[in-house]
Ligand binder design. Structure first.
Ligand code: G4P
Length: 542
């Protein structure tokens, strides 16, 4: 079908690019996001975007967390237009204690830009995030940042990316020197260079374009680097094949860009390639079938819930990714989990500096919905069909504490509060002894502090946390119902139930878990709550 004969829905879908921007903290995610928005004309000044990251300091500051919560709603999704495309950037918290939030956001994107610090190379959080991308075959573009610092040799960095991230790599730009001598990037794709002028922000016109490596102006402008550049380019062209876009879209090959986000160098090259190769909204799996974006009927799922900033109002904002058809304001949709019809009179979309009410939204878009407690992470909305989108699992937490009420008069509030915070995805709640014992599982210490602060301030429920010796939780299933019954009966101190009443085994140590797996072949242990789609874990205990 020719472009002009395609339906309006098809055109809208085709021009959308929804991606997540991820990095280890401090690699430059916020700075790069801001530069992308500047190119899109969405913001006018540098410094307009504040990061979604929680305090950098080791000791967390509650007020800072509160302040950050406000900021992160505004910057959770940022949309802008560039060369006719509508680009939705989904921000992710860099702090490792909120990694689960990031993993869930990755279920709502069609591709990812991964930012790496050229001085530090691949860091711990980068590896974990990439594992999630690889699990889901998300197409990844890598931006190696901070070339204006004395970083690692770019050839070594390419090897490190390939080894540690377990993905093929293909440079599309190449740095000319680095640190104080950084002169810019050679565009291997377009075969040209814009020369670097430190300190200049988005001043495109001031740059000198050289589009032939043999041009004598190159030797004049870069007397000490021209020869090295020619040598590097010859070497790269010898080592790497041409970029295979299908391999990129299949999640097997990552195009790599070099630059300095702070100095706005290499960002334009990244953005221009992104709009040509990044995939439009992809089909999404449900428990009954795959849903194509261009289907007539609307469907979408909630991947994030954010508490309202105002503690007097408990309403929350649910972030919904539109997967098919058209979302419409005031139209009734089916809330599949509870079978109710639900409509939204104030759905929001997010432009960088503002949020505004939208009449409709298309696949790839993210809509903010005011919610009074009806929606949970993972909920599906449709135009009537009964299916649930897959792949928004909870990950096994690694830190566990018992939540103890210190004011018996307020235990109801505490109960309600912790359930709502768990629905927001801030932590996982496990129940023992028919509800008498509440165990909170998180991936980091900071989450406990946030929970305690919010329970006290929003629900007026005084509480404390009692450390527990568990270090791993695994969901358990078995093909034999008797086996599960027997297993849970004999180990009741180690068994708790998640929010959907699935049994969970709490292990004191990795060793204990391994021997439990070995001794109980009839029980399957799972690291995420997505039992149906996940591989069984056998001996590879993380
Ligand atoms: P993040 O969101 O990934 O955590 O990183 P962010 O953009 O906040 O950047 C972390 C620090 O790195 C910031 O410095 C930022 O200015 C700096 N940075 C980002 N890109 C570059 C670059 O290309 N070159 C250099 N040299 N630095 C870069 P900061 O001092 O921590 O914060 P700020 O006071 O500058 O905001």
């Amino acid at each position: 079908m020719s472009e002009s004969r395609k339906s309006p829905l098809h055109k809208e879908i085709h021009r959308r690019r929804t991606f997540g921007i991820i990095s280890h903290p401090d690699a430059g995610k916020t700075t790069l996001t801001e530069k992308l928005l500047l190119f899109g004309g969405s913001i006018r000044t540098a410094g307009a975007v504040k990061s979604n990251k929680v305090t950098k300091s080791v000791t967390s500051d509650f007020m800072d967390i509160e302040r950050q919560r406000g900021i992160s709603v505004a910057t959770s999704v940022m949309s802008f237009e560039y060369q006719g495309q509508l680009i939705n950037i989904l921000d992710t918290p860099g702090h490792k204690d909120f990694a689960e939030d990031t993993y869930r956001t990755l279920t709502a994107v069609d591709s990812v830009i991964l930012v790496i610090d050229s001085v530090k190379g691949v860091e711990e959080q980068t590896e974990r995030l990439m594992q999630v991308c690889r699990m889901r075959n998300i197409p990844v573009i890598i931006f190696v940042n901070k070339l204006d610092r004395e970083g690692r040799n770019p050839f070594e960095l390419m090897d490190e990316l390939e080894d540690k991230l377990a993905i093929g790599v293909r440079p599309l730009t190449w740095p000319i020197n680095m640190g104080q001598q950084f002169r810019g990037v050679y565009n291997l794709h377009e075969r040209n260079i814009y020369l670097f002028q430190p300190g200049k922000n988005v001043v495109e016109n001031d740059r000198l374009l050289i589009d032939d490596l043999d041009d004598p102006r190159l030797d004049k402008e870069l007397p000490s680097d021209a020869a090295q550049l020619r040598e590097d380019v010859a070497l790269i062209e010898g080592i790497y094949d041409k970029l295979n876009v299908d391999e990129y879209r299949a999640g097997n090959l990552a195009p790599v860009f070099f630059g300095s986000a702070l100095n706005n160098f290499g960002v334009r090259e990244l953005l221009e390639t992104f709009v040509t190769i990044a995939p439009p909204p992809a089909p999404r799996e449900t428990d009954s079938r795959s849903v194509e974006p261009h289907e007539d009927k609307f469907s979408g799922f909630v991947f994030k819930i954010h508490a309202n900033l105002d503690p007097r109002h408990r309403d929350r904002i649910a972030f919904l990714r539109v997967c098919s058809g058209m979302f419409q304001k005031d139209k009734f949709f089916r809330h599949v989990r509870n079978g109710k019809e639900i409509r939204f009179s104030r759905p929001y979309n997010f432009m960088a500096e503002s949020k505004r009410i939208v009449e409709y939204a298309f696949p790839g878009d993210v809509v903010g919905l005011f919610d009074k407690g009806d929606l949970k992470i993972g909920d599906t909305l449709t135009e009537g069909e009964e299916f649930m989108f897959q792949g928004i699992p909870s990950f096994a937490p690694e830190m566990f504490k018992e939540l103890v009420s210190t004011d018996p008069m307020k235990s109801k509030q505490l109960d309600k509060g912790i359930r709502q915070l768990a629905e927001e995805g801030l932590a996982q709640l496990f129940i023992q002894e028919q509800g008498r014992r509440k165990i909170i599982g998180t991936v980091g210490e900071l989450q406990f502090e946030v929970i305690q602060y919010r329970l006290t301030h929003e629900y007026h429920a005084l509480c404390r946390f009692q450390p527990l010796a568990y270090s791993k939780a695994c969901w358990i299933t078995s093909d034999d119902p008797q086996a599960i019954k027997a297993f849970t009966r004999y180990r009741d101190r180690q068994i708790a139930y998640d929010k959907d009443e699935n049994p969970v085994y709490l292990a004191e140590s990795k060793w204990m878990l391994q021997s439990m797996i070995k001794d109980n072949p009839e029980i399957q242990f799972h690291f995420t709550s997505a039992f149906k789609t996940e591989n069984r874990i056998g001996d590879s205990v993380a």
